[in-house]
Ligand binder design. Structure first.
Ligand code: FAD
Length: 317
């Protein structure tokens, strides 16, 4: 068995979710007495050899400007060629936006079984069985992959980053690519200083904030905590906040270490996107709000009084 890990980056910076994928892939390799190799597509600003400290032994780097931005067809072709040439039988992705775009295509191309949203290491003693979240996080399923090549897309924040190694060997990789069918017209920076998917802490606002003009208190708290910004769906639908901040069943699914929900009722569709957060803090003026049932800590109070006081207290630390 050999393991290939797709290492994703944003504007040249390796994503935290990819470090989790590396640690996960390395552990699979160690448990099966084999090697873990990585693939990086496009130009990066980071020292790739230093990723060896997470245990990956070799990194294949296609430093091609054509691969700087996600192009699902090109990425799939590049990863498939490498996987076949090194006979990878387990391929690991993060189940982030990039992973979701590529892993299913690669699965079809290589005729490889795929489990997306994995939350634990595969059980290789019982075939090759992978545990994943189903029904918006309400249950788990254990799925056996029976194909020769197996693909796993790991849920962000489901596996701890571990430093287990030294330096990785970095080798240049030049995949054969056909002309791209995609033309990048422009890119828009998502709102918030910290990308939501990467944020360890997320501060999120709901309809209880009454209108976009009141978002300053949410942003101030997020700034004090170096947190990402999120919101409930009605907030994004009403254009109070951009849609990239919308979390829930129909929005992004996040799993930060700390999720602070302000003026959000805690509807099941909202919880579906945030219930994997390690700690949930709810601020709501209605003590009967359903979100309190899912909260680790709750503050019953008016957000317009509580949040500025909280921010001021944090800024004093
Ligand atoms: P509300 O339900 O209006 O709640 C506002 C809360 O603010 C209340 O609990 C209130 O007590 C509190 N409040 C009011 N004033 C204050 C104050 N001054 N201080 C403190 N608290 C205050 N929703 C999502 O979020 N994400 C999804 O992905 C999503 N997908 C959906 C998919 C489907 C198919 C459907 C049917 C619905 C979906 N929804 C989703 C909508 C969801 O059902 C809820 O309607 C929505 O989450 C409610 O948003 P909210 O909590 O911001 O607003």
């Amino acid at each position: 068995m050999s393991v290939l890990i797709f290492i994703d980056h944003a504007e040249g910076q390796i994503k935290k979710a990819s470090l989790e994928a590396i640690s996960y892939g390395v552990k699979i390799a160690q448990q099966n007495g084999t090697t873990a190799e990585g693939i990086v597509l496009g130009n990066v600003t980071e020292d790739l050899a230093a990723l060896g400290k997470y245990g990956v032994q070799k990194i294949h780097h296609a430093a091609d400007a054509a691969l700087d931005h996600l192009d699902a067809q090109q990425y799939t072709a590049a990863i498939a060629q490498l996987a076949q040439s090194i006979n990878a039988d387990v391929i690991v992705f993060s189940n982030n936006t990039t992973g979701k775009a590529i892993a299913p295509r690669l699965s079809a191309k290589l005729k490889a079984g795929l489990v997306s949203g994995a939350v634990a290491l595969p059980d290789t003693a019982n075939g090759f069985t992978v545990k994943k979240n189903v029904f918006s996080g309400k249950a788990f399923a254990n799925i056996s992959i029976t194909t020769a090549v197996k693909i796993i897309a790991l849920s962000p924040n489901a596996y701890k980053i571990e430093e287990t190694g030294g330096s990785a060997e970095v080798v240049a990789y030049a995949p054969t690519l056909s002309a791209s069918k995609v033309k990048l017209v422009s890119t828009t920076k998502a709102s918030g200083e910290i990308p939501l998917a990467e944020a360890e802490i997320v501060v999120s606002g709901g309809r209880g904030l009454k209108g976009p003009e009141n978002w300053g208190i949410v942003e101030d708290l997020a700034k004090a905590l170096h947190a990402g910004l999120a919101c409930s769906r009605p907030v994004a639908d009403a254009h109070w906040r951009p849609h990239n901040e919308h979390v829930g069943q129909t929005g992004g699914a996040i799993a930060p270490n700390l999720y602070i929900a302000i003026g959000i009722s805690g509807a099941i569709q909202h919880l579906a996107g945030v219930n994997r957060s390690k700690v949930i803090v709810v601020i709501n003026k209605d003590a009967e709000a359903p979100f309190f049932k899912a909260a680790d800590y709750g503050i019953v109070g008016d957000a317009f009084e509580v949040v500025p006081k909280l921010t001021a207290a944090i800024n004093k630390l």
